[in-house]
Write a protein that binds this ligand. Structure first.
Ligand SMILES: O=P(O)(O)OP(=O)(O)OP(=O)(O)OC[C@H]1O[C@@H](n2cnc3c(O)ncnc32)[C@H](O)[C@@H]1O
Ligand SMILES: [Mg+2]
Length: 202
């Protein structure tokens, strides 16, 4: 049996505003008020694991311990078949500049430079969502969205690598489509559906 959330406040253990916006939208209407790790000034934990679930667990546990609140972390990334799944868990690292800021145009250009000669254009996003309670209990969920990478990047909505990904059966990139459409078919939405069925109050 999974442990369910009770109504009340939930800490979103992320410093990424794009993710926080999407997770808050997915939680809307469930009677749960959200506050983010960024708003509380919590430290950014070092992501030392080699899987999405591992890193999401580490982030959720650190936030629950620091705040005493039930915490939800998201660890996600972009994978390219021709690159054997890279950048994968290192998706954020590929965007990181020496001064610690991120350059997603450069990160997307790196993916294109490494993969441009491959005929196989398949790519996918993964999202691990982990809930951690202050007593150490965790619940974990994994979602994926499959499609193809495209070049040049298109669209200004969304965040991160959205402009270079077209999900299967769609013609627009995640960054061109209405945010509501991305919320219906994304890796984050897939993980959230599992979380919702297992852990949200009825
Ligand atoms: O760790 P937190 O604080 O949550 O924020 P982060 O941005 O560092 O998040 P991750 O460590 O999980 O790295 C995820 C990377 O994958 C990218 N990413 C994740 N979900 C995405 C989405 O829906 N669309 C585009 N890019 C996404 C995101 O921009 C990051 O570069
Ligand atoms: Mg991170």
């Amino acid at each position: 049996m999974s442990r369910r959330l009770s109504e009340g406040r939930l800490l979103l253990a992320t410093h990424n505003a794009g993710k926080a916006r999407e997770v808050a939208a997915l939680l809307a209407g469930h009677g749960i008020e959200v506050v983010t790790a960024g708003e509380l000034g919590l430290p950014v934990p070092e992501e030392t694991e080699t899987s999405f679930i591992g890193n999401a667990t580490l982030k959720a546990r650190a936030a629950a311990k620091a705040s005493g609140m039930v915490s939800l972390a998201d660890d996600s990334g972009f994978s390219v078949a021709a690159l054997d799944g890279a950048p994968g868990v290192y998706t954020a690292d590929w965007a990181e500049k020496p001064d610690g800021t991120r350059d997603y145009a450069a990160a997307m250009a790196k993916v294109e430079r490494l993969a441009r000669h491959a005929r196989d254009r398949r790519a996918w996003f993964s999202c691990a969502l982990v809930l951690a309670w202050p007593d150490g209990h965790v619940e974990s969920f994994l979602g994926e969205a499959h499609g193809e990478w495209v070049w040049p990047p298109r669209g200004a909505a969304g965040f991160g690598y959205d402009p270079m990904f077209v999900p299967s059966g769609e013609s627009q990139t995640f960054a061109e489509m209405d945010p509501a459409r991305k919320h219906a078919i994304s890796h984050r939405a897939a993980a959230f559906r599992l979380l919702s069925a297992a852990c949200l109050p009825d």
